[in-house]
Design a protein around this ligand. Structure first.
Ligand SMILES: Cc1cc2nc3c(=O)[nH]c(=O)nc-3n(C[C@H](O)[C@H](O)[C@H](O)COP(=O)(O)OP(=O)(O)OC[C@H]3O[C@@H](n4cnc5c(N)ncnc54)[C@H](O)[C@@H]3O)c2cc1C
Length: 414
């Protein structure tokens, strides 16, 4: 068998995160198509394996599963990092997903009738390719003036594991999302000295649950009600929920309503039970946005300054797709694939998991994976390529599959 023949597959999925796993599962179980997932990491769902200690899902476990397999009830309402990693490993095994690890895709090009993938393991070709490399591929640290002169430590939230290294140190956490909140609270609980939380755009602060009902369930229940109706109601109950006006503590009123923020900016609310408690107790101080950085101090938007030993930036990620597909003209001006959260960019190039998710991200992945798999199957069936070439299952044409949890844990490289 020639190298080319051995490396030709019906569908290649790039990325073994939740998006890639979900699409591969739906292709196999609903359409009988075995897709091969390539991932540069050594195990599936690597972004979950490397999340900080004490991480808990921000969306309820009951709504956050992938197609065809629920998160075990034993994981409770708010599954931990360990619960989620065990769930994804079990998903790979039970859903019979084919994976090749340690394989980074550097660039994708179109040939006459298929896609050619330039990978760290050589060239691979397929008529259909699914980009599922994630919204959170590359950490972004804002280019604050003077940052390079700062003599202390600067780290992105992606590199934060736990609060131990920060004991007795003064830390500025920048950001107002769930990672920033979790990190600030962990620092407060583990004896960091002073902790400042720098907030540029005021977040929507919500409790994880109202009574027995998780907050994200409320959002799901109001899915069909327009933001213009839901948001004034949420705003009216805000003070009741927190028992006080949080602007006293530095959390100003967000510019847009909660649902409008999710829909228009893709920013989910910040679950803030512990954060608000720590701010009220004076263990975390909310300060304005960062304006510039000097060798030992950080100047804030109101002209005041703080003198941290460490800056932890929870300032987001970029999908960083320019090198992979930028030359194909398929990215919008924000660097996301055109066509929304999931779609077909044309000629059998599909995407999932980018831009603003229409619901909470994992739920959006579950919903869109099913539709996307159907579109891929239809494309393969309808395209001249699929008609002229008999489908070749990966098991016969490709290298031996890495299947199941044990293989995944070993992170075998093929
Ligand atoms: C800190 C944090 C907490 C979150 N919490 C929640 C939550 O509680 N609920 C919720 O619904 N969502 C949450 N999300 C959002 C979302 O559900 C996750 O980010 C989810 O992992 C996205 O899945 P994905 O498969 O699209 O991307 P990823 O999980 O990022 O997977 C992408 C995969 O692609 C691989 N890859 C990237 N580039 C290449 C390449 N060139 N070649 C080969 N492989 C490549 C990566 O190694 C990775 O395995 C959270 C996100 C973050 C960052």
């Amino acid at each position: 068998m020639t190298t080319e023949a051995r490396n030709l597959f019906d569908a290649i999925v790039i990325g073994a995160g939740p998006s890639g796993l979900a699409v591969a599962r739906e292709l196999r179980h609903r359409h009988g198509i075995t897709a091969l997932i390539l991932d540069r990491a050594g195990a599936p769902a690597i972004s979950w394996r490397t999340r900080y200690d004490n991480f808990r899902l921000n969306t309820t476990g009951f709504l956050s599963h992938l197609p065809g397999q629920r998160i075990p009830i034993a994981a409770g309402r708010w599954p931990t990092r360990e619960d989620m990693v065990a769930y994804f490993d079990s998903y790979v095994e039970r859903q019979n997903i084919s994976l090749r690890f340690g394989c980074e895709v550097n660039r994708i090009d179109r040939t006459a009738d298929r896609w050619r993938l330039d990978t760290s393991a050589g060239e691979i070709q397929a008529p259909a390719v699914v980009l599922a490399t994630g919204n959170y591929r590359t950490p972004v640290i804002p280019p604050w003036p003077g940052l390079g002169d700062f003599t202390g430590e600067v780290t992105h939230s992606a590199g934060f594991r736990n609060a131990r290294p920060y004991r007795d140190r003064d830390v500025l956490v920048v950001g107002a999302g769930n990672s920033a909140a979790d990190i600030a609270v962990q620092l407060a609980d583990n004896d960091a000295n002073r902790i400042w939380l720098s907030v540029r755009t005021p977040p929507h602060l919500v409790r994880r649950a109202l009574g027995p009902i998780p907050s994200d369930v409320f959002l799901e229940l109001s899915a069909r009600v327009p933001a213009s109706v839901v948001d004034p109601l949420i705003a009216r109950t805000h003070r009741l929920v927190w028992g006080t006006d949080l602007s006293v503590y530095g959390f100003q009123r967000p510019p847009l309503g909660l649902k409008a923020t999710v829909e228009q900016r893709g920013r989910i609310p910040t679950f803030a039970d512990e954060l608000v408690e720590a701010v009220r107790a004076g263990r975390i101080e909310v300060v304005p946005a960062v304006k510039s950085v000097g060798p030992t101090c950080v100047t804030l938007a109101d002209g005041s300054s703080v003198t941290p030993d460490v800056i932890i930036t929870a300032t987001g990620f970029s999908p960083d797709l320019e090198g992979l597909v930028g030359h194909l003209g398929v990215l919008d001006d924000r660097g996301n694939p055109r066509g929304g959260f999931a779609g077909h960019l044309g000629d059998g190039l599909f995407t999932i998991g980018y831009g603003i998710p229409p619901n909470s991200p994992l739920r959006s992945i579950r919903r869109h994976a099913t539709r996307l798999a159907r579109d891929i199957a239809r494309y393969l069936r309808d395209s001249a390529l699929a008609r002229s070439e008999a489908p070749q299952p990966v098991s016969e044409t490709g290298p031996p599959r890495v299947r199941g949890r044990r293989a995944a844990e070993q992170g075998r490289l093929r």
